[in-house]
Design a protein around this ligand. Structure first.
Ligand code: ADP
Length: 446
């Protein structure tokens, strides 16, 4: 009996000791966890403090909006640039605070607004030409970059915009452009006179010169032509940069327009023994009239309408075509036209030397020329593609190149397409304002 009591007592003592041990372990673990979570809280607090310091100190304006367009954060630099105190701006619709206008002082519409674009597309947008109207109504040139805030489920929770006052840089650019524009304008006149006199000297009916003198004068004539082109390009690029490029957009049917232009340009390619072709893109099977003779009947070429200044379009296509001729030694130059319901695509393809991959991102910048033996011997200004890009951007289009070394290059241009109905309405309006022969026609059956 005594033994049984002892066993029971030992058992209870053992159970009590085990319970105490478990309790102790739990307390220790909880303490550790507590320490860990305290550490996390304080490190988060540290991170927030650091971000706050950066947001307060940076020169760049930072604005954060939610999906309802409400401003959630507006840092002190944003206040300095826009004149809106942070606590007043917070909680307001950003359209009322960041009033964006273009260089002509026209308020941005939905399609231009970088925040709307970012919330819709979920991809970052950069705008280097924006102007913000301050609280006091003063325009300030800014460079703005907007990025989406995306959560783990790929939902957009808002957008963050970072902007900088670039008024001084823009004024500087303006001064530089004005200087270039005045200088090239003034220099064009004497150069044109020299070119004219050289042409007279080379004209058999006007002057008698020997072969040696002719050779020298021909070289001088070529260089003067090059100089004249350089001044013309400088003038155009200066105008393009400060938005003074004249443009009189009208409805253009690209099929008729490009076909005619390719015929006009063909001569320079033929002189170099290059073949030329004009290709209209894949025919949409839905517009093939199967009821006509031969099963497929007459093929109706789609009408590719755009709204642009035909003279400017001519400039761009001519430049791309001339480059293709200039840089291609043998083979073919194709001018193509295709598109979908949204865009019209023009392309100029050559079988020339191609362009190195590392040069492609810089090609449409001012004065950029690929450093190769070809460009060193072939004259050029490095301004043609820059001007072409500026012109295409006037019509909300895009220009780019795809190329493979040794195989050739294809320059593409995408411009927004006008529906036949819009084109007809627009042409009626144009005819009412100034009755003139329309470029391209509404009858595109070929
Ligand atoms: P450039 O007056 O030098 O031709 P562009 O701005 O028209 O000036 O072209 C810039 C550069 O791009 C050229 O110098 C040349 O190196 C390259 N390039 C343009 N078109 C072609 C082409 N079709 N094939 C190969 N290189 C080209």
């Amino acid at each position: 009996m005594k033994q049984t009591v002892i066993v029971i007592a030992v058992f209870f003592i053992a159970v009590a000791l085990m319970a105490a041990a478990v309790l102790l372990v739990r307390i220790l673990l909880n303490k550790r966890k507590g320490k860990k979570s305290n550490k996390l809280v304080s490190s988060l607090r540290d991170e927030k403090r650091k971000s706050d310091i950066i947001l307060q100190a940076t020169d760049d304006g930072v604005v954060l909006i939610d999906t309802q367009n409400t401003i959630q954060l507006f840092n002190p630099a944003a206040k300095t640039i826009t004149g809106w105190p942070s606590d007043e701006a917070r909680g307001l619709d950003y359209h009322n605070v960041l009033k964006l206008v273009d260089a002509q002082n026209k308020p941005y519409d939905e399609t231009q607004d970088p925040f709307t674009k970012v919330l819709k597309s979920k991809s970052p947008v950069r705008d280097n030409a924006a102007v913000v109207v301050t609280k006091e109504g003063k325009p300030v040139s800014i460079s703005l970059s907007v990025s989406p805030l995306i959560d783990a489920q790929n939902n957009v929770n808002g957008a963050v915009g970072i902007f900088r006052d670039v008024s001084e840089e823009r004024r500087e650019e303006q001064r530089r452009a004005e200087f270039i524009s005045t200088a090239s304008h003034e220099m064009r006149t004497p150069v044109a006179a020299i070119e004219g006199y050289l042409a007279l000297a080379l004209n058999d009916h006007v002057s008698k010169i020997d072969t040696k003198a002719r050779d020298f004068l021909e070289k001088a004539h070529l260089s003067t032509q090059h100089l004249g082109k350089l001044f013309q390009d400088l003038l155009t690029s200066a105008k393009a940069e400060d938005g003074r490029l004249t443009s009189h957009p009208v409805v253009v049917e690209m099929g008729a327009f490009l076909e005619q232009l390719t015929n006009d340009l063909r001569f320079s390619a033929t002189k170099k023994n290059l073949t030329t072709e004009f290709v209209v893109g894949a025919v949409d099977p839905s517009i093939i009239d199967a009821s006509k003779e031969g099963g497929y009947g007459k093929v109706v070429r789609p009408l590719y309408y755009v709204e642009a200044d035909p003279e400017r379009l001519r400039e761009v296509v001519t430049n791309l075509f001339d480059n293709a001729v200039k840089y291609t030694e043998s083979g073919k130059i194709s001018v193509g036209l295709t598109g979908n319901t949204e865009v019209v695509q023009i392309y100029i393809r050559d079988t020339g030397p191609g362009i190195p991959t590392e040069d492609i991102p810089h090609l449409f910048q001012k004065f950029y020329r690929v450093d190769s033996s070809a460009t060193r011997t072939i004259g050029g200004t490095g301004l043609g593609l820059f001007i072409s890009r500026k012109i295409i951007e006037l019509y909300n289009g895009r220009i780019w190149v795809e190329s493979e070394l040794g195989k050739g290059s294809t320059f593409f241009i995408n411009v927004p397409r006008l529906s036949v109905q819009r084109a007809t309405e627009q042409q009626t309006k144009e005819a009412a304002v100034a009755p003139a022969t329309p470029v391209g026609s509404l009858t595109g059956v070929s």
